[in-house]
Design a protein around this ligand. Structure first.
Ligand code: 5GP
Length: 137
């Protein structure tokens, strides 16, 4: 899959298609500012994505361009989704990728919510060079 350029919003990205209703999703929560749905390839027993409804590529793009109402609404939706999923007790992890070094695949801002088991250490070990990492430079 070619890497997105992360500079110009791409209306053909998969989450834009989900927002337009062109691709189905398993919705957990939806309001005026955000949509939360199950990841198609879950990496934990609970793996849900929360996306803003506006056209934002990344957290930098979102926080630079979105209105205060959109930003507040989006982060409230993340918290609300975690509550709906019954995750605050015993806990969960939020993760946001940005750009090639993080392996961001879909160029529409999304917060991953992981839970339902112990989700392990914060980052995969290997950056020191002991494990061969894919060359994404
Ligand atoms: P990223 O690597 O960009 O942070 O994460 C993209 C996520 O989107 C991946 O976890 C991937 O499984 C998920 N994803 C990709 N295509 C689809 C899709 O069509 N539907 C859903 N629900 N998730 C998708």
């Amino acid at each position: 899959m070619p890497m997105p350029d992360f500079k110009t919003y791409d209306d053909s990205n998969i989450f834009a298609m989900i927002l337009r209703g062109e691709i189905p999703n398993k919705t957990v929560y939806e309001d005026d500012h955000a949509l939360a749905f199950h990841d198609i390839n879950p990496q934990a027993p609970v793996h849900v994505l929360v996306i803003p409804k506006g056209k934002y590529i990344s957290m930098v793009d979102f926080t630079a361009k979105a209105s205060d109402a959109e930003i507040a609404g989006f982060f409230r939706a993340v918290g609300k989704t975690a509550e709906i999923l019954d995750l605050p007790d015993p806990g969960y992890r939020l993760l946001v990728n940005h750009g090639p070094h993080s392996h961001q695949e879909v160029p529409h801002l999304h917060v991953h919510i992981f839970g339902g088991k112990h989700v392990g250490p914060l980052l995969m070990r290997g950056w020191e060079g002991k494990i061969k990492m894919p060359n994404m430079d």
